[in-house]
Write a protein that binds this ligand. Structure first.
Ligand code: NAD
Length: 368
């Protein structure tokens, strides 16, 4: 029996709707698999602003820093569009990422066979695809100094700086190698060492860590532009891809779309190991609060449920149970169950958010 702590932050829009379905899954694992989670729920984003006048209360931040994992729904909505930048719902999420120092962003691109037709690529290119992009999340060109728009002579100049220290590269490389050891044991590191000094240092540092501690993991290097091409040509050649903040932003979105709908995409952001050896961790679906469908029972809860599966695997060392959950989702989809976002075949009646959650719980029970 394990007792792990989990902070749930449903957030705004469809966030609370999909999180209700995750709670059903968590309860199922508690009742049927002895995974006894100590769950607390709190507010983030617009919901926190409405209650406390801030998108993340200090108390919530403290809780987040003291649990084994945080699971977040989504934040934002048109109601908050005119708020000052510092009060916008997204600031709550950014504060969590910053104060938890979540430097390693994991975005899986996993294609369920039943949804292979949904990809813009040919079925044989994506069916069974299971790759992981590890993006450095707290440094690089989005944070480097100097930055700004200055005036030079009679025109303006926009400036951003790509900057990486060895230790920043080292920790995200370690995170990718550790991940690869639990998967296909292959890492491909992507940068632009042909034209950028930061890319040269990136490559040298990844090589150094590899030789020192991970020589049993297969390592390759690719220029990020060639990597983008290869991702679309034959993505199954990859297992784990590790890359910087800017290239990771672009490559993870490219890889995500190989698999079809936004309603299917989970993510994890990991930081340094805590005292108990588990990494600081925030799990969340890639999608936003989808105000256009909020409150209508149309949201697909699978991205958020898959985010919980990632928590099982990466925070709680319950890989077998994570597999069980993913296989139950595959089984539900293979029987033709679809939410609105996954429609395409005429004559299929979509399931509501809660019907999809119930179908997954049923498949979990069948898996016993
Ligand atoms: P979005 O991801 O919320 O929605 C994009 C489209 O995808 C919409 O048509 C929506 O209906 C659909 N969609 C998204 N998730 C779905 C799901 N689970 N099931 C079915 N359909 C789904 O992006 P957006 O419309 O650009 O942004 C809406 C709000 O969300 C904005 O306030 C934005 O700032 C915020 N946002 C938050 C996050 C986050 O919390 N991490 C991420 C992106 C956007």
């Amino acid at each position: 029996m394990s007792k792990s702590s989990l902070l749930i932050l449903p957030g705004d829009g469809i966030g609370p709707e999909v999180m209700v379905e995750v709670r059903k899954i968590i309860d199922w694992f508690g009742s049927n698999r002895g995974l006894d989670f100590d769950v607390t729920e709190d507010l983030v984003g617009g919901a926190a602003y409405d209650a406390h006048g801030t998108p993340l209360h200090d108390e919530t931040m403290t809780k987040a820093l003291n649990v084994d994992a945080v699971l977040l729904g989504a934040v934002g909505g048109p109601k908050y569009d005119n708020l000052d930048f510092s009060l916008k719902p997204e600031r709550g999420l950014l504060r969590l990422r910053k104060e938890m120092d979540l430097y390693s962003n994991l975005r899986p691109a996993q294609c369920f066979d039943a949804l292979a037709d949904f990809s813009s690529l040919k079925t044989e290119v994506v069916a069974g695809l299971d790759i992981m992009i590890v993006r450095e999340l707290t440094s690089g060109i989005y944070f480097g100094e100097p930055r700004g728009i200055i005036t030079e002579g009679n025109e303006r100049v926009g400036i951003n700086t790509q900057r990486y220290t060895e230790s920043e590269i080292e920790r995200v490389a370690r995170s990718a190698f550790e991940l690869a050891k639990r998967r296909g044991n292959k890492v491909c590191s992507m940068e632009k060492a042909n034209v950028m000094e930061s890319g040269v240092l990136w490559r040298q540092t990844v090589d150094k860590i590899h030789q020192a501690d991970y020589s049993d993991v297969e390592l390759s290097h690719m220029y990020a532009d060639a990597g983008a091409m290869q991702l679309c040509r034959w993505p199954k050649q990859f297992d784990v891809i590790v890359t910087d903040n800017l290239f990771g932003d672009i490559l993870s979105d490219t890889a995500a779309m190989l698999t079809g709908s936004l309603g299917m995409l989970p993510s994890a952001s990991l930081g340094a190991p805590m005292e108990n050896g588990r990494p600081k961790a925030l799990y969340e679906p890639v999608h936003g609060s989808a105000p256009d469908i909020a409150g209508q029972g149309k949201a697909n809860p699978i991205a958020c449920i898959l985010s919980f599966a990632m928590a099982l695997r990466y925070s709680f060392d319950e890989g077998v149970e994570a597999d069980r959950l993913e296989q139950s989702i595959e089984s539900v989809l293979s029987k033709g169950a679809r939410t609105h976002d996954l429609l395409g075949v005429e004559g299929v009646t979509p399931l509501s958010t809660s019907e999809m959650g119930d179908a997954i719980v049923e498949a979990l029970t069948d898996s016993m």
